[in-house]
Design a protein around this ligand. Structure first.
Ligand code: SF4
Ligand code: SF4
Length: 155
């Protein structure tokens, strides 16, 4: 090996060392991207699709669902089921159970788009995994419990 190639090798090595150190120093001072889960959580985008939710109307304090069944018909895989009951007058139909099967839901949002009353929405819940398949069937108008027999409720 001639002296010129030897010097060129040293210069190339020094250059690659400086380049690597530059990356290290730049990353050292840049903002952290690692999250300390579960103490830190994502702030998801407004249009993020978590799961289907049946929120309470802040004005009336009740659900806006009119039992029109458009969402049930719009769902391509039968993930929604509505059980209607009788009101106190014995004639009007009232929402007894709004059953949502998260296990088969593809989060396509077609049901939300079909609803003319803004009664349902996709919420921002992304921590949906569970060991209990029955707890994936939810009664959305009774958020404290799931529809599965004996299953513990999900929030
Ligand atoms: S489309 Fe809306 S109003 Fe009609 S049954 Fe579904 S959630 Fe209720
Ligand atoms: S998001 Fe799609 S798959 Fe899920 S319940 Fe609605 S229509 Fe059905």
């Amino acid at each position: 090996m001639g002296p010129l190639r030897w010097i060129a090798g040293i210069l190339l090595g020094a250059w690659s060392l400086l380049k690597g150190m530059g990356v290290t120093i730049r990353e050292f001072f840049s903002r952290d991207v690692t999250q300390q889960y579960p103490n830190e959580r994502w702030r998801v985008a407004d249009r993020f699709r978590g799961r289907v939710d049946l929120p309470l109307d802040p004005v009336s304090g009740s659900h806006k669902c009119t039992l029109c069944m458009l969402c049930v018909r719009a769902c391509p895989n039968g993930s929604l089921e509505i059980v209607a009951g009788k009101g106190t007058d014995g004639r009007t139909r009232v929402l007894e159970k709004y059953i949502y099967k998260l296990g088969t839901c593809t989060l396509c949002e077609l049901c939300v788009e079909a609803c003319n009353f803004d009664a349902i929405r996709m919420n921002h819940d992304y921590e949906l995994s569970t060991y209990d398949r029955q707890s994936l069937t939810l009664v959305l108008n009774e958020p404290a419990r799931s529809a599965g027999p004996g299953a513990a409720g999900r929030p």
